[in-house]
Structures are given as structure tokens and as C-alpha cells.
Write a protein that binds this ligand. Sequence first.
Ligand code: URP
Ligand code: ZN
Ligand code: ZN
Ligand code: ZN
Length: 510
Amino acid sequence: SIPEGHSLEGFCAVGGDSDCGLSSHKILIKGGTVVNAHHKVVADVYIEDGVIVSVRSNIRVADDVKVIDATGKYVMPGGIDPHTHLEMEFMGTVTIDDFFTGQAAALAGGTTMHIDFVIPINGNLSAGFESYMNKAKKSAMDYGFHMAITKWDDRVSKEMEVMVNENGINSFKFFMAYKGSLMISDELLLEGLKKCKSLGAIAMVHAENGDAVAEGQKRMIELGITGPEGHALSRPPVLEGEATARAIRLANFVNTPLYVVHVMSVDAMEEIAKARKAGQRVIGEPVVSGLILDDSWLWHTDFTTASKYVMSPPIRKSGHDKALQAALSTGVLQLVGTDHCTFNSTQKAFGSEDFRKIPNGVNGIEERMHLVWNRMVESGQMSVTDFVRVTSTECAKIFNIYPQKGAILEGSDADIIILNPNASFKVATASHHSRTDTNVYEGMTGKGKVEVTISQGRVVWEDGKLKVTPGSGRYIRMPPFGYRFDGIEKADAAYLASLNAPVRRTKATA
Ligand code: URP
Ligand code: ZN
Ligand code: ZN
Ligand code: ZN
């Protein structure tokens, strides 16, 4: 019979130190090249009850331990996707992947944790948080939350404190686009930046000028351009560059770290490069679609094909992709997300007469690790250690959960992948694990295959088969004041000292 808490496939969903007799509590990964962001070495990795116990050569174990031979393969921290939207209500519909199907897809592609965005309900942060904690009950892997801020008043400001100090959130996203729904003004953004700074939370921005996007959309409709190509034409790179520059300058004025999500254009990337060069704490996140695709798909005559590439900011002309790859490989941009936000072809068809009604978003949670490996490492643009940094470690560091996550070290969570650099992958809707009926990477092939995924110390992906259990995923709390805040107060003191202004006495103190 099956012990309580175990699935039919015969692995433990209990975790902890329960001794059910199933060997999957203890795993030895033998002979692989263990890769961390700081170092790589040939070693064995021994795991017990969800935690990495030992990383060294020639570990000997008893017969009840599952042994995986990783000779000639890379043993790396599971991917962490900093940017997903599972079961999100958006543009009149709901993303098709929920916390179970999206995470199953993630695990099959070597991602073992993701950070999703809580959307407040009518501006109410607590209600939004509760709703997302409910949606996430079916989780099959570890997850964390950012929170979007969509309006501003004293209550929102107070609730941000609760989110950080009680609910384990340490980042807030401000939308400078989506006029009439999620967009916020500069005044609100400034308030938000100040609040984030005081709480030690990372401020994130969706950087596009929402007013100008609305104007650009009007322009396209007046010209009779109603197809998916109108999406790209209505919101050109200059609008992304403008908003990125504005957000960077406001964050500079407040002196707080800024995280720019989904950097899609040279225009935005160069603003980030310039600010970083001047010493500002700016983090840039490219997403897989921006690194790999170009906008030619949006001109495809078949609406179903073209519409699946509609996301914001738009996928850009060929050339932006290569510039973003170069920026990633040289450290101008720091970590790769997906913005996994899937709508099926029926949902995309809401905009068949008007591109403004096409729900924005593309898939990628399952494909990210393979596509980044193939494009960056296999092409010779990036080292294996840097691959680990941009797909896992840097995310764990920025959101202050390192080295519990993002490392293969004694005491770290046993979220591990084994990648065979000599095997190949192929992306196909027919075999992907997302619930959606299309794939923006359809047909893409390359070298490097995630052959094994271990999540919380259990093998969940092996021999092309998934063994996942809804409810086994854990909410990972992310504490405030991550490393990007180190020294902020010294910079503030230096600013005050630099004012060189006399301290004026009031009548009372004169
Ligand atoms: O098109 C996109 N990116 N959809 C998801 C929402 C967002 O802006 O991240
Ligand atoms: Zn068990
Ligand atoms: Zn966005
Ligand atoms: Zn997004």
C-alpha cells in the first residue's frame, strides 16, 4: 500500500524527517560537474530530506540511497524565474496556466522556484495577497511573491508595511503603462519609491510611457492598422527608453534600488548601462522572448500565429535581441526572467478585430533554461558559472533568499538540475507541459537538455516523465533589506553633507 502523503508514482510528499521507507528521501548525485555562480568542480552531491547535506568527492552511501550517475553532465541549482503570471486576471480574462500547470511546466524545464506578481483587488493589497495564497495552494514547487501597486493612499502605504513585515514580500512592481487599469502617475511612483526605500523593498517598474502608448494606439487605429503588427507599431522602443530613463532618475533622486522588469529594447538597456556606469543601483531583467525572438512574427498573415507574440513591451526588431544578449553576457543586465503569461488561441482571438484587445503575454517558464543555455552558453557567449548566476543565483541574492536558494552548498535547499550538454532539446506544443495550445518557441531546437529535476529533495522530472504533487510547493518568505540596500544610508549621509547649506535656526532655537 502507499504510505500516507505519497503519490501513486511512489515518492514522498511529506518531506521533513518522516521515515516512510521510500529511498527518494536520500539521493546521491555522482560524478557530475557541480556548478555554482562562484565556482565549478567535479564532485558528488548527497541530499537528505530536501536539504543538501554534503558536496565533495567520493561520497559513500548505504544501499537504500537512490544514486544518479551524472558523469559528463552539469549539476546546477534549479532555475529561479523572477517573473511569472500564473492564474492572473488580466485584460478581461485569466492566464491559462495556474499554479499547478505552470509549475509542472517549469519543473520539466529545470526551473524549481518562481516569483509571481500578486495583483491587489481594487487596490486592496491584503485581499490580493489572500487571493494569491489561495491560488497557490495547488503548488508543486516553491514560490514567492512580488506585489503590484496600482493606486495610492494611506491604506496602501500601511498595507505595504504589513506585506513586508508580516507576509514575506520584499518587492513591489509599479506599472508605468496600461493606462486606465494598472498604470500609475509619477507622483505615485515617487511615493512608492520612498516607501520601498523605508521598508528595504526592491522597487520594480514596467517601463513604458502609458500616455504615449495610448496615443500610439489611437494613431494606428486611425491609420486602419488593426492587426497584431499594430501592437508593435503603437509602442516603439523610444517609449520604453523614456519610461526607463524616468524611473531611473526618480530612483536616483530618492536613492533607492530600482529593478527594471522585461527589458526589451536597446533604448531601455542603454539607460540601465549608463546609470550603472554612474554607480546607481539599477538591476535590469531581460526576458527570454526579448533575447531570442524578433518582431517579424507580428506581421505573419495568420492571426493565430501573429497574436501569440503580443506582449508588452513588444518583442522588437532583429538586432535588439543580440544587443540584449551582449548586455547579459557582460553584466549590464543581471538575470533572466520569462514574464510567463499564457493565453490560449481562443483568448488571443478576443483581439482578432483590434490588436488593443489581444491579451498581452507569452509563454516561457518551461523553455527558459534550455533557450538561455543554447543561446548563451552553447554559442560561446557565456560561461557555465555565469549561466547559473543569471538563471538562479542572482535572483536568490536580489530577493534575499540566498543561499537557501540559488546554490549547491551544504545546507541549501535540494533544488537541483542535471543538464546533459551533449543531448538536445526540441520545443513543441504537442509535448510541452503548459496548458496553452500554442508556443512562441515552436520548433526551436538546440543543445543542452535538463534530464533530471530535483525539487525539495525529490526527483520530479526524470526519463522525460513528471512526478508532481499539487500541494507540495511551499511559500518562500523573502526578507527585506537584501544586499542591494547595503550602504544606502552612507550614500544618504554623503548627500546631506554635500548640500553645503547652512542649517537655519528657527526663532525658537536662535
Ligand atoms: O505582456 C505582458 N508582459 N503581460 C504580463 C503583464 C506585464 O506587463 O508584465
Ligand atoms: Zn516519505
Ligand atoms: Zn510588465
Ligand atoms: Zn509581467
